[in-house]
Design a protein. Structure first.
Length: 164
């Protein structure tokens, strides 16, 4: 028998927080011509390029946790805006490599600064971006994200021997 929580569940709170932060980032980067998802892609690409990487769309999808098809769509939009360039990987003609253009680097640096300021504001209840509570919160979120998802199998006699 399960206990019914008198308040919101952790899942509901994570969803609400994610929605709140997504809207806040969308609003913050909109003047730069970006959406939150485009910002995530560009900022991730910026960091990878600083480390000497020219990632494929697949590698960037794995890094961001976004679906490869969605990364492709975002990359096309950013390419149309002149912020990234997409080129075929010389080692694998099926793969597409991504790189920020000069304009893309400038816009991304501005967006990163804007989002860092926003994060400072959003994390103020925990003491700010560099506070011990924020580090602990980040560790907890990382633990949840690192936990593998396993398919739950109903333990019910009515489903025994059936294919889900």
């Amino acid at each position: 028998m399960s206990k019914v929580s008198p308040g919101p569940t952790p899942g509901f709170l994570v969803w609400r927080l994610a929605s709140k932060w997504r809207v806040a980032v969308d609003r913050a980067v909109a003047p730069l011509g970006l959406t939150h998802a485009q910002y995530v892609l560009a900022a991730s690409l910026h960091g990878m390029q600083r480390n000497g990487e020219r990632p494929s769309q697949r590698r960037l999808a794995d890094h961001t946790g976004l679906e490869a098809l969605y990364v492709s769509k975002l990359a096309r939009a950013l390419e149309t805006a002149g912020l990234i360039e997409r080129t075929r990987d010389p080692r694998d003609p099926r793969a597409v490599q991504l790189a920020l253009t000069e304009q893309g680097q400038a816009v991304t640096r501005q967006a990163i600064t804007t989002v860092q300021e926003l994060l400072q504001q959003l994390l103020e209840p925990l003491g700010g971006l560099d506070a011990p509570r924020t580090r602990a919160f980040t560790d907890e979120l990382t633990a949840l994200l690192d936990a593998p998802l396993t398919r739950s199998v109903p333990n019910d006699e009515s489903t025994q021997g059936t294919t889900p």
